[in-house]
Design a protein around this ligand. Sequence first.
Ligand SMILES: [Zn+2]
Length: 440
Amino acid sequence: MASELFRRRARTWSLLGIACVTVALALPATRSMAADCPGNPGALGTSRTLVVDPREHPRIGTMQYAETLPLQDHEVVLTFDDGPLPRHSNAVLDILAKECVKATFFVVGRMAKAYPDGVRRMHDAGHSIGTHSHNHPLSFHRMTVEQAKQEVDEGIDAVATALGDRAAVAPFFRIPGLLRAEAVEGYLGSQGIQTWSADFPADDWRHISPAAVYGLAMSRLQAKGRGVLLLHDIQPRTVAALPQILHELKARGFRIVHVVPATPDRPKTPTEPSQWRLRPITEQVAISRWPKVPSFSFANAEMLPGPAVSDLGLNAGHMTESVGGPRHLARGQTPLPKRAPWPRQTPMAASANLIAFPIPAGVLFSIPEKSQPAIRAMIPVASHHATAGAGLGATKLDEAAPATAAGAPVRQISGSAAIAPAALQRGPIGLTARPRPLNH
Ligand SMILES: [Zn+2]
């Protein structure tokens, strides 16, 4: 007993020790954020840096894959695609810099070639630079591997050239339009490149207002509680919505995580496999298995005209027994009948000449052919029901099924286990009779 207590205590202490070490490791990163943001003590900041090994988790983002980044509750990763387009991308960089937020940019090769300064600015600000193909074709899902390989490689080359350092390009790739294909992901994986989908977009490529982008970003984030947010740094509506998104993230207690790839001198952040799945199911988390009704926003709230009675091809006179011709109803008014249009109940005179019909024989309801023995083989029951005659049902069935006479061969249903004929009795299942276990 005492030794058991000691063991438990020892285990508790060792767990506490692990917890303390974890807290000690986590604290400096947590403290570094807002306080270190020059000129903005109330900045959102970057709460921690997550170092990932792309080879261990080659595909992430629950929009398309089973795994996503191992984020804790209320942790968010910001991602921006399609840049650089200096006019808007630089505005995004300014907004992020003001809040000391680090993000991941998925740069298009052709854009990097056109605006190498734009990519360098992103990199110099400390953001992660992933790639997003060379020409941003929306056909990755139907490309040959060769074509995809060329798009991927050319994009990486262009960004590496702009940065003047291949190692500065993170092995992170987002497929344009998220038009995934197994073969493309396979190629990326073989190159040690992580395919990034996302956990939620904010639809900022659609023709919606900045307020709508903000609303979608926050509502989807709130619904999942954590995750990778997909944005576009080339969209003016994103530039307009971003300050409010960051402000609200801070207000709602969300924390920004910066993701970087593991290198020989920068080991991956230790994680458990379960952390890579969004919303691990634990006893503490109540889960709802009901499908959610999507919330549609209707652009047009006009009412459509309801159908008039005349549209139904009915004579109004049949619906309402009106006096003096059909009554015209105003639109929206329901035509209520004064009297029900269906026939009145009329008393039926009982006929004095009742004809007797023959009662159908039980054989008419039996299952024909030789399937009876097989079906009976599936219903083993206690023998006394059969021998004592368990009522009308048994009698009828017996009459109707001469094929089940004792000694008739029991046909085995294909795929079922063989049943020893001796274990079988005939007859219906009684209330007290329990099916015998099949002998397999
Ligand atoms: Zn894109």
